[in-house]
Design a binder for this molecule. Structure first.
Ligand code: OAD
Length: 237
């Protein structure tokens, strides 16, 4: 912990990758492992274009349920610690796989939303994207003004990432002196490959996770514990 804290103090450029574990203590279940989110689904089932075209109402019910959970949640000490860290270093990029928006609500500013934003919708017919912040959409599946079907503004399995966002994530990772990876199983690519990219670029790799992951052994420092307890200590001056 002391060594990792020192690396963070000395760093000029920090990139952070977060996953569902950072929001777990806000009451939002993670995807995989004990208590995983997906109720009766496997992680990938409702989050595909195929599932959506087969049954848009069912997929939307699942997103409505998640929107309700997220709307009732608040940022936790892990989100807040990352806000403090951003304020301390000249260059800071927060790359997140989370679509819950809790990093923004906490006050982080330079955020790359790799997997999109659950609070936006996009029309399959006219392509327009817009914010939709009512937690529970009254009519499922929702329709665009043009009559087309609206889908959640998130990235599904089998879909490419938004190119500009991915480029920004890669660049920040390559440039980083320290790469901090928090609360992610890192099994979903390409996000899960960023830690290796950071190491190739010479960054110190610090992992914070409740459990060991496949990247724990390659990390320069792997801190085991809940992010809401570990991160505030890690960023102490
Ligand atoms: P996962 O559910 O795969 O992993 C969550 C990680 O957080 C696990 O390694 C847990 O051990 C850890 N964890 C749980 N509680 C924690 C806590 N309080 N503090 C620290 N760590 C904790 O979630 P992601 O890695 O985010 O993608 O999953 C990646 C992607 O898979 C998601 O963005 C989503 C999903 O399917 C799409 O929907 C495209």
């Amino acid at each position: 912990m002391d060594q990792a804290r020192q690396w963070l103090r000395d760093a000029r450029r920090i990139a952070v990758l977060t996953g569902a574990g950072v929001s777990a203590e806000s009451g939002i279940p993670t995807f995989r492992g004990d208590g995983g989110l997906w109720r009766q689904f496997r992680a990938e089932d409702p989050a595909t274009a195929e599932a959506f075209s087969a049954n848009p109402k069912l997929v939307w019910e699942w997103y409505n349920w998640r929107r309700g959970l997220i709307a009732a949640a608040n940022p936790n000490p892990a989100h807040l610690a990352l806000v403090t860290l951003e304020q301390r270093v000249p260059a800071f990029t927060l790359i997140t796989q989370n679509v819950d928006g809790l990093h923004s609500r906490a006050g982080s500013t330079n955020i790359v939303y790799l997997h999109g934003d659950i609070w936006t919708v996009r029309c399959l017919a006219c392509g327009v994207s817009r914010k939709e912040e009512r937690p529970q959409l009254p009519e499922l599946p929702p329709q665009c003004q043009c009559g087309g079907l609206l889908r959640p503004g998130v990235v599904w399995f089998g879909e490419g990432l938004h190119q500009d966002r991915w480029r920004a994530a890669e660049q920040a990772t390559r440039d980083a002196d320290v790469f901090l990876i928090v609360g992610t199983s890192a099994v979903v690519m390409p996000a899960g490959g960023l830690a290796a990219l950071a190491k190739r670029g010479g960054a110190k790799l610090i992992e914070v996770n409740a459990d060991a992951t496949w990247i724990s052994d390659t990390a320069d420092c792997s801190l085991r514990g809940p992010a809401g307890s570990v991160l505030p200590h890690l960023i102490e001056d």
